[in-house]
Design a protein around this ligand. Structure first.
Ligand code: PEP
Length: 256
């Protein structure tokens, strides 16, 4: 049984003061959560303000939006996995489509980051997904296969339960255009079949695959009811503590 995982990707939003205020409101809204794992992924500068959050609410984990593959050295502007671990960070987004399209990340750099994160004891949330042009050209499966194979190259199967994949069709991110639950399920089932082919069935069954792309309270329940959708990576709607709390409530509803 895969525990559903809901992550709030704040992107380049919320100062540390705003982050602390978000958490206060959010904790008041959600109360106790037992069956769903929640990850808050603030910008680096707000991580210290949230570093103790798991002490107050053990079902909430802290995430980061990026990591470098080297442990230390002359890499101006970069942050290492060890630095994140020292701030109680547990998850790290790797290869978000904005990192790929705006900052030149490739399957190869994604793979180096996934390895470095695992080595330091961080859990990668590796993002994959096709563009609109790729979908319209019938290339969805080809692109997803390439991204999964390239990103997880050389990773041992026994790491699979520590890795989360996020299927985020690029055309659905920040556009208000969500994949239908059927489109998302089809992609998730395909990704799981690729994992079974590249690793083995038990690894494929263990790995959690989140959906991301304009998730909001109104569309959460239908998406989360699909058998291969194990959670959501939420951008815009996670900036409002009430709407993120509603997404969690809608997910919990699907477990009853
Ligand atoms: C994201 O940034 O990962 C994302 C899915 O954004 P949004 O929910 O705003 O589409």
């Amino acid at each position: 049984m895969r525990k559903k995982i809901l992550a709030a990707n704040w992107k380049m939003n919320l100062t540390q003061v705003e982050a602390a205020s978000f958490v206060q409101t959010f904790l008041g809204e959600i109360g106790e959560v037992n069956d769903v794992e929640i990850v808050i992924v603030p910008p680096f500068t707000s991580i210290p303000a949230l570093a103790q959050i798991s002490e107050k609410a053990p079902f909430i984990r802290l995430g980061a939006q990026n990591v470098h593959w080297e442990r230390s050295g002359a890499y101006t502007g970069e942050i290492s996995a060890t630095m994140l671990r020292a701030l109680f960070v547990k998850y790290v987004l790797i290869g978000h489509s904005e990192r790929r399209s705006l900052f030149g990340e490739t399957d190869e750099t994604v793979n180096r980051k996934v390895s470095a994160a695992l080595e330091a004891g961080l859990r990668p949330i590796m993002c994959i997904g096709e563009s609109l042009a790729e979908r319209e050209s019938g290339l969805v499966e080809k692109v997803l296969h390439r991204q999964v194979e390239g990103g997880l190259k050389g990773i041992a199967a026994d790491h699979m339960s520590e890795i989360v994949l996020a299927y985020e069709p690029v055309w659905a991110i920040g556009t208000g255009r969500t994949a239908t639950p059927e489109q998302a399920e089809e992609a998730h089932a395909f990704i799981r079949s690729v994992l079974a082919e590249l690793f083995d069935q038990s690894s494929a069954d263990r790995i959690r695959i989140q959906y991301g792309g304009s998730v909001k309270p109104e569309n959460t329940e239908d998406l989360m009811r699909k058998p291969d959708i194990d959670g959501a990576l939420v951008g815009g709607a996670s900036l409002d503590p009430r709407s993120f709390a509603q997404i969690i409530r809608a997910t919990e509803k699907t477990l009853k």
